[in-house]
Design a protein around this ligand. Structure first.
Ligand code: ADP
Ligand code: MG
Length: 479
């Protein structure tokens, strides 16, 4: 590099001196001095300082040769030629300086393009590649020299899914969107691309400059994440279903009792009916009453079985407006025997006319059953055990339902782990009840928290969004 520079300067010096000698010692009368312009142009690429010094030297030599050739007399036309030469040299220096600064800014822009990790491709009107930066070399696999001159769409097998790039370029002079391309090793890429029409001085389009970034990995990992999310929600649903069935297993004694009771009643009423009919004068009013009771008991047994089947069924959640008082009464009916077996007094203080909430009937039932079962299991077995269910609006568009007991409460060190899956302090506990309750409630837009009572007992509170107009989350949850 340095050697090339030295040789250039040497050649320029020899040339300048040659011109000077011819100018000064031959009878050409100063016309030759204008050739110093060639020396200036030769030195221009070397550097700004060299250019300025060369300009000054050429001017000095021109003036010197004028002085030698003409002395102090005979100026006339020669002076004009001297001035023309000097002006021409000065103009050449100025233009060369300007050319250098333009070149420098172009070089800098090219370096910036190369520094960018994005791909930058400059194309002409026929889609032929005029330039592409290092980012494009790295991503697509072709070097700049290989790519230049190729038709971009052919080389990269471009496909624009929305197909509207040409229209947008025509109308607005720019386009942004996704594009699919194939790189040298055959990999298909998806890129986010921005295109801008290049115009000439008259504003006529002369091609396109585009900058793109590779989204392939991002899209792949997003797809993976979505799949994982779907698998997780499928697993959660499976687990919730398993937990529901497990709870039913725990409640089997109550269920048998619940079904047995109406069945026994049906048999009794059936016997009574027969007795009434066997009388010499059957009392049809009594018979009718017995049959009504048989129907009511049959209905009750069918209700219990429907509730059990609901809890065991495996269908997607269907949020609807729910009357919690009604739902709680059903849950208490299912758990009555369980409470009696544990000598627990099970009460509810749900005020009539409570606003409805949004939730899936089976899921909310499952949450209540789990919390009440836990409370019954935690209650003291000395006959003073109590489990209460209460509910009140929170004022934040939600209804809070609390299940509290007067058992030993949750040990301080267990408080943080209660909602972890498989955390259980019971010998036969699965430890998934509370974690599933929390995820069910959160899916419905509510929360589930635990507190210890004073002086003893534990209470679990879950909230659900109120149904009705102007209630945030309702429509979301109902979708
Ligand atoms: N009402 C309660 N009082 C005291 N501890 C409770 C109560 N409810 C739940 N717990 C604690 O939380 C743990 C986790 O409960 P849960 O997730 O329902 O699983 P499991 O009932 O199978 O143990 C229980 O093992 C118990 O230690
Ligand atoms: Mg439990």
């Amino acid at each position: 590099m340095r050697m090339k520079r030295d040789i250039t300067l040497l050649v320029a010096a020899v040339l300048a001196l040659g011109i000077f000698v011819i100018d000064a010692f031959t009878p050409l009368n100063g016309a030759i001095a204008v050739l110093q312009i060639a020396v200036i142009l030769l030195v221009a690429p070397v550097g700004q300082r060299a250019l300025l010094m060369c300009g000054a030297a050429c001017a000095g030599l021109t003036v010197a040769s004028f002085a030698i050739g003409h002395g102090l007399g005979g100026w006339n036309g020669a002076l004009v030629r001297l001035i023309v030469s000097l002006v021409a040299q000065a103009i050449t220096v100025v233009l060369s300086l300007r050319d250098r600064s333009t070149r420098r800014s172009l070089d800098e822009q090219a370096r910036i393009l190369d520094l960018s990790h994005d791909t930058v491709i400059i194309r002409d009107r026929t889609d032929r590649i005029i330039d592409w930066n290092r980012g494009a070399e790295t991503l697509y696999g072709w070097t700049r020299d290989e790519a230049i001159g190729c038709v971009c769409a052919d080389l990269l097998q471009s496909h624009i899914p929305d197909g509207k790039a040409d229209l947008a370029l025509c109308r607005e002079g720019k386009w942004a969107g996704h594009i699919e391309r194939t790189c040298r090793d055959g990999r298909r890429l998806t890129l986010a691309s921005r295109w801008l029409v290049r115009t000439d001085a008259a504003g006529e389009p002369i091609g396109v400059i585009e900058s793109s970034i590779d989204l392939t990995e991002q899209i792949a990992s997003e797809a993976e994440r979505n799949q994982a999310r779907m698998q997780l929600s499928h697993l959660s649903a499976e687990l919730a279903h398993a937990a529901g069935v497990a709870t039913l297993g725990q409640m089997s004694a109550s269920i048998v009792h619940e079904v047995n009771q109406p069945l026994t009643a049906i048999i009794n009423y059936g016997n009574s009916t027969r007795r009434w009919l066997n009388q010499p004068e059957p009392d049809m009013a009594e018979v009718r009453q017995c049959i009504d009771r048989i129907i009511a008991s049959g209905q009750r047994a069918a209700d219990v079985i429907r509730r059990v089947r609901d809890m065991a069924r495996k269908v997607p959640a269907r949020p609807e407006a729910l009357d919690l008082a009604d739902l709680t009464a059903q849950v208490l009916a299912l758990l009555e025997t369980e409470a009696r077996r544990g000598k627990v007094r099970l009460t509810q203080t749900l005020a009539p006319g409570l606003p409805r909430v949004v939730g899936d009937r089976v899921q909310v039932q499952q949450v209540l059953v789990n919390l009440v079962m836990n409370a019954i299991q935690a209650a003291r077995p000395d006959g003073s055990a109590e489990v209460k269910i209460m509910a009140e609006p929170t004022g934040a568009g939600q209804l809070a339902v609390t299940v509290c007991d007067n058992g030993p409460g949750v040990p301080a060190d267990a408080m943080g782990r209660l909602f972890e899956a498989f955390y259980s302090t019971k010998a036969d506990g699965m430890g998934i009840g509370l974690s599933i309750c929390r995820s069910l409630v959160e899916t419905l837009g509510g929360t589930l928290t635990a507190q210890n009572g004073v002086p003893h007992g534990a209470s679990f509170t879950f909230t659900l969004p109120l149904a009705g107009d102007g209630c945030a989350g309702t429509h979301e949850a109902l979708r």
